[in-house]
Design a protein around this ligand. Sequence first.
Ligand code: 9WN
Length: 427
Amino acid sequence: MDNLDQRAIDILERNDRGGYSVPTAHLYPYQWNWDSAFAALGFATFDRDRAWRELELLIEGQWDKGMIPHILFRTDDPDYFPGPSVWQAGNAKIATGGISQPPVLASVIRLLVESGGQSDDERARALFDHVLDWHRWYHRDRKPDACPVIAAVHPWETGRDNSPDWDLGLSQFEPSKSLPDFDRKDTAHVDPSMRPSDYQYAQYLTIIEAGRAFDWDQKRLTEEGPFLVADPGNHFILLRADRDLLALALGWGTEGAVAELTSWIEAAELGSAYLWNDKQCAYCARDVRTGKFSNGFSNASALCLYAGVGDARQRAGTVDNMMRIQRLTNALQPSWDPAHAQFEPQRYWRGPVWPQMNYMIAKGLEEQGFAQLALRLREDMERLIRTSGFWECFNPETGEGCIGSDFSWTAAIWLAWASPDTTALAA
Ligand code: 9WN
């Protein structure tokens, strides 16, 4: 066993809080939605039961109307802001955030089923309706009347918090005048030059304030909230996740959800055209209220292949953008285009390379016949982890690790994909 395999296992075990994992100690002391799905992929390489536990505990946060929130607050930890007292949201049993996160869960479940046995099948069947309900919620409550695809009401809902993709949407409103003074904790844990600005935090809190004022009526937050941007990341991840739920349903011969899933998939395939920005020759985020496109290639733009979307020209345009960026930087796939004025190689989603994004991008590339580029992504990630360790993300120019160390999804992605020895779940 590669020594790094053992270190990755140790990290996942150390970040275990009794059936669910935190992304990293101190900085993120709760259970996060897509982090947990990726953590399960890692656990599945050495402890299947623990992998399912992670997902089962994530489902405990589900709201009556189907949303699975972005954070589950099982404690009130002074290390993190904004905590449960700010969100004032949750279900009858557990305090949570009031928004969601990228729906990778179904795709992870399918991988576990297809690489597992009878018991994996049973545990997946027990989760299926919950995940389907979550997808229903996305298609109903996050589907604005004004556009054909789902949209995000908060940058945090996309998982790509301060990507330049949101600058346009954020420029549409000012921070609320009634926000109380706040004390960020993230900048006490890590170098502030790697994190969002205070002004952006005030805007993030303004959206939370709106959610509270709407009593977390999600459809209302979508239609009337301060921020509404269609994100290629969430759109493509949901489309793939719908395909994965459909494959599970067909495999089990359960007809119930087939028509519904098929109609979502068809609508999302057609709706993808809304996100195609011909000027960039790429799928880009789009502000729903103004109709304006974001003008840069992000790592979410590259996810069209993961969703199996785009005609030959659109796929070639996407890959050409990646090849161009490959010549500008030392590690693929940076979260933002290095040729763009807003690129910052060390600041969160404005430049760094993210392991879990690269895993999905490479999967799409591989499936759509771009094996060499997929290999480049895997090798870059292997090198970054070998050289710098299991960081939350990496500076694509220097290779240095950024933000959180001993990070769950980096350990998981190592075990499930980036390690050269991995075969177990990579298929
Ligand atoms: C807000 C936990 C999460 C990730 C997100 C990442 C970051 C939170 C924060 O950490 O966001 O959700 O406080 O910065 O951007 O993708 O899920 O790892």
